[in-house]
Design a protein around this ligand. Structure first.
Ligand code: COS
Length: 383
């Protein structure tokens, strides 16, 4: 379908497609099997300026739009959403700096990420705070010219691989959501360490660890924005980043559909290719139709966000929930079309289905997205 992309946007698609076809697809099975972080591939992506897409030009980036990052993530997701997650999590990690950081802070961190010299990570989730984002217990206390952090973050993407961590901590426990603040913690800061790599169902090319703060001391100027703005910065970050997760779902589903159609044209049963059977055609037709609908909604949401409206949350959650539920269904149906071959580990379909599941869980479960959409509708109809 016509996507109405500019020349620049088509260029982003072409670059990401080339990296996906030449580097990601040939290596994805091995990365998955070995739970290996795709450092070389990410470096190649940085050299091709993909890491710079969300970063403003004055900080060494491409100054791209939400749609630009969506297009890159869609192509990468077609190859492997484990690699896509490592890439997306670095962008997620720098959004708080772009949203609330001082010019000096932006100057210090953003060019390094744009160049691919450093990766970033975003530290929100804790053992008792996932969907309930304001339930975090990690604390930060000002002691002279330093903040002292204590607590543990859980399931943090790029943990142990990133050099820059944006972390939410409570600075005033009596103020609820207004008592949280965000900080930059660097790899090597005293009192900061990462736990061992978690073993996951899917997206195994990405690293997931705990972040552990034991009297971790960081300079005073590592506070992002003003004290007490942490929760709002987190919410704004997630509003901006969720279309990227939708895009990973669209790309993943495209990869699964491509594989299922190719297989159905080759696989013969009862003397003819199985694509000739209406039962298979209907499965493929629904996969292709819902995929196009998800792509259209994701692009529309990204274009809406690029217009810098006040109300980003609803469309951001809508595309995340729709595209990722679609990706789960399409990858499951791809395995169904491929039957026993789909279920075997040496074909990529089963990895795609395993990978898809996380899209419905991370960056806000799809249940939380529906809450956000419902709350926004409630507000809209009160106007
Ligand atoms: N943008 C700006 N401000 C926002 C906002 C947004 N998208 N969403 C909420 N806020 C503000 C509210 O306006 C409110 O401000 P006031 O204190 O001035 O009233 C404050 O933030 C608290 O909002 P609310 O009461 O809605 O917070 P809740 O604790 O009820 O949180 C949800 C609601 C469920 C939406 C939130 O906890 C959430 O998004 N959870 C999922 C988090 C997540 O994605 N976790 C996955 C791991 S992160 S990778």
């Amino acid at each position: 379908m016509e996507r109405f992309l500019t020349e620049e946007q088509q260029m982003i698609v072409d670059i990401a497609r080339q990296i996906t076809d030449e580097l990601i697809i040939p290596n994805r099975a091995e990365l998955d099997e070995k739970h290996e972080f795709p450092r070389d591939i990410l470096t190649a992506m940085a050299k091709a300026d993909l890491f710079g897409i969300p970063i403003p030009e004055e900080y060494g980036g491409f100054g791209g739009s939400c749609l630009d990052i969506v297009l890159a993530l869609e192509e990468i997701g077609r190859g492997c959403i484990g690699v896509g997650t490592a890439f997306a999590a670095s962008a997620l990690g720098i959004y708080p700096i772009m949203i609330g950081g001082s010019p000096e802070m932006k100057d210090k961190y953003l060019p390094e990420v744009a160049a691919g010299n450093k990766f970033a990570a975003f530290g929100l989730t804790e053992a008792n705070a996932g969907s309930d984002a304001s339930g975090i217990r990690t604390t930060a206390v000002l002691d002279g010219d330093e903040w002292v952090l204590n607590g543990t973050k859980q399931w943090i993407t790029n943990g142990g691989e990133a050099q820059i961590y944006t972390v939410v901590a409570i600075t005033d426990k009596n103020k609820g959501a207004r008592g949280a603040s965000m900080f930059v913690v660097e790899d090597g800061d005293p009192g900061f360490s990462c736990g061992p790599k978690e073993v996951k169902m899917g997206i195994r090319a990405s690293s997931t660890t705990e972040l552990i703060f034991k009297d971790c001391r960081i300079p005073k100027d590592r506070l992002i924005g003003r004290q007490g703005t942490g929760f709002i910065t987190v919410m704004k970050t997630l509003d901006s980043s969720r279309p990227g997760i939708a895009a990973l779902g669209v790309g993943l589903a495209q990869g699964a559909l491509d594989m299922a159609v190719t297989y159905a044209k080759q696989r013969e049963q009862f003397g003819k290719p199985i694509i000739g059977f209406q039962a298979i055609q209907h499965l493929l037709a629904d996969m292709a139709t819902t995929l196009e609908a998800a792509r259209a909604l994701t692009y529309a949401a990204a274009r809406h966000i690029d217009a810098h409206p006040k109300d980003m949350s609803k469309v951001s959650s809508m595309c995340k929930v729709f595209a990722t539920d679609m990706a789960m269904k399409v990858t499951t149906d791809a395995v169904q079309v491929m039957g026993g071959y789909g279920y075997m580990c040496h074909y990529p379909a089963e990895k795609m289905m395993r990978d898809a599941k996380i899209l419905q869980i991370y960056e806000g479960t799809n249940q939380v997205q529906r809450n956000v959409i419902g709350q926004e509708l409630n507000k809209e109809y009160n106007k």
